[in-house]
Design a protein around this ligand. Structure first.
Ligand code: PLP
Length: 414
C-alpha cells in the first residue's frame, strides 16, 4: 500500500555537512552560527532584529515579557490556534481573552475581537496586547488588527509560526511588505514540521531595538551579555544578572540546520504553492468540500492545506473520514480543536463549546491534507483521488431524488 505521511522534513546534504562542521568545530551551543542565522533571517524577513531561540513558544514568551505584560492583565488570543499562543499568557498569570474565527480564512474575527474587548473593559479588565495568528500561513487582516490595536492601545505580537515566507499588501495597489511592519514583535517557529526547520527552534523578530535587547538578555538568564562572548577570546569572564531570565537560546547545532533551510525557504515555498494549486485544481469540482481561499493581496505560505467537509451533505463525520484516509495510507491532521474546548480552558474560564460558535463549527469540519516539498504530483493525485472516492462513497442522496425514486415506481395506471 502507498504511504503518504502527514509531513516529512526536507533535509539535504548541506544541512548534514554544516551540522558535522559544528560538531567538530569545538563550539556547540549559541555561537557564530546562531549569530549568522539571526543576521540572515533578519535580512530575509525584512526586519531589523532577530533573536534566535529554541522554540516559537519561547519567542512568544519573551515577546510578552518585553512588552511588559503583568499578572492580572488580559491578552486577546484567537481560540483557533495551537496551545502555545495562550499558554504563554498564562505564564504571567494573565488572562487569554479567546476570540472566534471567521469562516473564510479561519483567522481571528476582528469584529468579534472588538465586541469581546468591549465586554472585558466593562468588567474592568486591563487589556495589554493582541496575538494574531496567521492560520496555516494565510496572513490575517493586519490592517484591521492594527486599527483595533490603536483604538484600544494594544501591543501586537504576531504568532507567525506558519509564516516563512509571508508578505502582504495594505491595499491592492500598495507595495508588498514584510510581516513585522505592522506589529511590535513577530515570532516564528522552526519546529520539525514547519515551513523551515531546525528540529526545534524559533525566532523573535522586531524593528524596536529596546525589545530586541530585552528579549536577548531574557533569553539567556537575564545576563547582560551573550555567554559565548564571555568565553571567547575577545570576551571577559565578568557578567551581571539583570533579571531572572530564561534558558531559551538556540544552539549552533540547530542554527547550522537553519542556515541552509533558510536559503531554501523560497524554493520550499514554491513547491508547496504548486502542490496547493494542484490540490485545488483536482478538488475544486467536489461540491461537498470547501477549499482554502487565497487572497490576492497576501502571500499564503501554504504551511497547511485545510479542506472543510460539508457534513450536512455527507453520511460520514470528520473522524470517520480521517480514519478511512488513514486506511489508504494517507496521514492527515486537524488544526485545531479550539482552545476554549480543551479541559484546561473550560475549567479555568468556564467556556462552553458554543461560546465561540464559528470555531466550534469549523473544528468539526476541517481536515489538513499533507503538503510539503518532498511530495510529488503523483502523491497529490493519489490523495485527491482518494478524497474524491471517499466523498462519493459517503455522499448523501438528496431528499428530492429519494422522493422521485418512489413516485417513479408508482403504478400510475393501477
Ligand atoms: C507550532 C506552533 C507554535 C509553537 O511553535 P514551537 O516552535 O513548537 O514552540 C505556536 N503557534 C502556532 C500557531 C504553531 O502552529
Amino acid at each position: 500500500m502507498r504511504s503518504i505521511p502527514f509531513h516529512k522534513p526536507s533535509i539535504g546534504r548541506e544541512e548534514v555537512d554544516e551540522v558535522v562542521d559544528t560538531l567538530t568545530s569545538g563550539w556547540l551551543t549559541t555561537g557564530p552560527k546562531a549569530k549568522k542565522f539571526e543576521a540572515e533571517f533578519s535580512e530575509y524577513i525584512r526586519m531589523k532584529h532577530s533573536v534566535a531561540v529554541n522554540s516559537c513558544t519561547a519567542a512568544l514568551h519573551l515577546a510578552l515579557e518585553a512588552i511588559g505584560l503583568r499578572a492580572g492583565e488580559t491578552v486577546v488570543v484567537p481560540t483557533m490556534t495551537f496551545a502555545a499562543t495562550a499558554e504563554v499568557v498564562r505564564y504571567f498569570n494573565a488572562r487569554p481573552l479567546l476570540v472566534d474565527c471567521n469562516l473564510t480564512d479561519f483567522n481571528m474575527d476582528v469584529a468579534d475581537a472588538g465586541r469581546r474587548i468591549e465586554g472585558a473593559l466593562q468588567k474592568g479588565e486591563k487589556i495589554r496586547a493582541i496575538i494574531p495568528v496567521h492560520y496555516g500561513g494565510q496572513i490575517c487582516d493586519m490592517t484591521a488588527v492594527g486599527k483595533l490595536a490603536r483604538r484600544y492601545d494594544l501591543k501586537i505580537v504576531e504568532d507567525a509560526a506558519h509564516c516563512c515566507p509571508s508578505y502582504f499588501q495594505a491595499s491592492n495597489s500598495a507595495p508588498w511588505q514584510g510581516l513585522g511592519d505592522s506589529s511590535d514583535i513577530c515570532c516564528f517557529s522552526f519546529y520539525a514540521n514547519k515551513t523551515i526547520t531546525t528540529g526545534e527552534g524559533g525566532m523573535a523578530c522586531t524593528n524596536n531595538p529596546e525589545y530586541a535587547d530585552r528579549m536577548r538578555i531574557m533569553s539567556l538568564h537575564g545576563i547582560s551579555r551573550d555567554a559565548w562572548k564571555r568565553f571567547s577570546a575577545d570576551g571577559s569572564w565578568y557578567y551581571e544578572i539583570t533579571a531572572p531570565g530564561f534558558k531559551y537560546n538556540l544552539t549552533d547545532i540547530a542554527a547550522a540546520i537553519g542556515l541552509h533551510q533558510l536559503r531554501k525557504a523560497d524554493e520550499f515555498y514554491c513547491k508547496r504553492m504548486l502542490l496547493a494549486d494542484y490540490y485545488t485544481e483536482l478538488l475544486c469540482d467536489v461540491d461537498e468540500l470547501i477549499l482554502p481561499v487565497q487572497w490576492n493581496d497576501r502571500l499564503h505560505s501554504w504551511h497547511l492545506y485545510v479542506i472543510r467537509l460539508k457534513l450536512d451533505q455527507l453520511s460520514i463525520d470528520r473522524a470517520g473520514f480521517i480514519e478511512e484516509l488513514k486506511r489508504t495510507g494517507i496521514g492527515t491532521s486537524v488544526h485545531w480543536m479550539p482552545l476554549h474546548m480543551h479541559p484546561y480552558y473550560r475549567a479555568t474560564y468556564g467556556y462552553q463549546p458554543g461560546d465561540l460558535p464559528k470555531s466550534r463549527q469549523l473544528y468539526e469540519q476541517i481536515v489538513s491534507l499533507p503538503v510539503y516539498p518532498e511530495m510529488t504530483d503523483a502523491d497529490v493525485e493519489y490523495v485527491s483521488e482518494t478524497v474524491r472516492r471517499l466523498i462519493c462513497k459517503h455522499r448523501k442522496v438528496p431528499a428530492h431524488l429519494l422522493e422521485k425514486r418512489i413516485t417513479v415506481g408508482d403504478p400510475v395506471l393501477a
